[in-house]
Design a protein around this ligand. Structure first.
Ligand SMILES: Cc1cc2nc3c(=O)[nH]c(=O)nc-3n(C[C@H](O)[C@H](O)[C@H](O)COP(=O)(O)O)c2cc1C
Length: 314
């Protein structure tokens, strides 16, 4: 009996395999940037993850926004962390060696720049480091060359940025898209045409919460990033729409809490999924999603490829 269960798990392991552009993943599960760090890995065997994405790094250290900067709404979370991070030099000196030592799954480094040149400089510095399997380019940030308008909101700017980054690396080059745009499919096509090997979506939506008694904003900065349960239908629709127009793989995220949510995104066209806000309520979300997905695939005799993008309408 015990052996049968073990055998089942190994079979599920085979069926759970997926890949991005150049990165092979043992499972379709990763963690979304900023919501998870090495400490959380103490809760379970990290091999349930197909990749690990670190918190977004900027060229210079950022101390982040003043508190309060997290607020739990009726259906999700509003955050205003402000990209708090140690900066690239410190990341390379201190964080990266720890990741190398403690991670047994592929490491994807998320980073963000304030100009195209700065993105390129950061990528060149990271390329000189070992133990990095890919990059997630966070383009939800103001572009100093373009009056502070976020990189990710203009297709031509995204195309130019990705075209400049592409020749600098052979590692996974995943572009993380913001939902706060008029048409995400235009941005996705621009990233693909520029040479992205995969896309991650979605980053947080704009969100706000106000104390109805006092009129005081629940977070110091007023408007923040809305994530978690309430954004799932939006993320699912944007995943579906994007999968219709690009050939490169999609890592989908936005309100995924359990294996059923994860499956919905795979049906809609995702090759992999990431867990984010779910970690705040259930640190064991990743192994649970792996078990649930594995069981579903085994019981239905399906592989990831059978399901990916096969969502039907009647
Ligand atoms: C507290 C917090 C911090 C985040 N920090 C980052 C970040 O540094 N870089 C980034 O690209 N996304 C960041 N995100 C967005 C998540 O990576 C993810 O795109 C978003 O939360 C949607 O997924 P979810 O609904 O499963 O949380 C953050 C989200 C939260 C809740």
């Amino acid at each position: 009996m015990g052996n049968n269960v073990m055998k089942q798990r190994q079979d599920a392991g085979e069926q759970l395999k997926t890949s991005l552009g150049v990165l092979k993943m043992k499972t379709p599960i990763s963690v979304s940037s900023g919501t998870f760090d090495l400490e959380t890995l103490e809760f379970y065997d990290q091999n349930c993850l197909g990749a690990f994405v670190c918190k977004t790094i900027t060229r210079e250290p950022k101390k982040g926004n003043p508190p309060p900067r997290l607020y739990e709404t009726e259906a999700g979370l509003i955050n205003s962390i402000g990209l708090q991070n140690p900066g690239l030099d410190m990341f390379i000196k201190e964080n990266l060696p720890r990741y190398r030592e403690e991670l047994s799954v592929p490491l994807i480094v998320s980073f963000s720049g304030s100009s195209t040149d700065e993105f390129c400089e950061m990528l060149e510095m990271l390329e000189a480091q070992e133990g990095i399997d890919g990059y997630e380019i966070n383009i939800s940030c103001p572009n100093v060359e373009n009056e502070g308008i976020a990189f990710g909101t203009q297709a031509d700017v995204v195309h130019n940025l990705v075209s400049r980054l592409k020749p600098l690396t052979k590692r996974e080059l995943c572009i993380k898209l913001s939902p706060n745009v008029t048409d995400i499919t235009e941005i996705a096509k621009a990233a693909e045409a520029g040479g992205a090997t995969s896309l991650a979506l979605i980053n947080s939506l704009y969100g706000m919460a106000v104390d109805h008694q006092t009129g005081m904003s629940r977070i110091k900065m007023g408007v923040g990033g809305y994530t978690g349960m309430g954004i799932k239908p939006v993320a699912l629709a944007l995943t579906y729409k994007t999968a219709q127009v690009v050939d490169i793989p999609i890592v989908a995220m936005g309100g995924i809490y359990d294996w059923k949510d994860a499956l919905e995104f795979i049906w809609a066209g995702a090759s992999a999924i990431a867990l984010g806000t779910a970690h705040f309520v259930n640190p064991l979300a990743a192994p649970e999603v792996m078990m649930g997905l594995g069981d579903y695939l085994l019981n239905n005799n399906k592989s990831m490829n059978d399901i990916k993008g096969a969502c039907r309408f009647s």
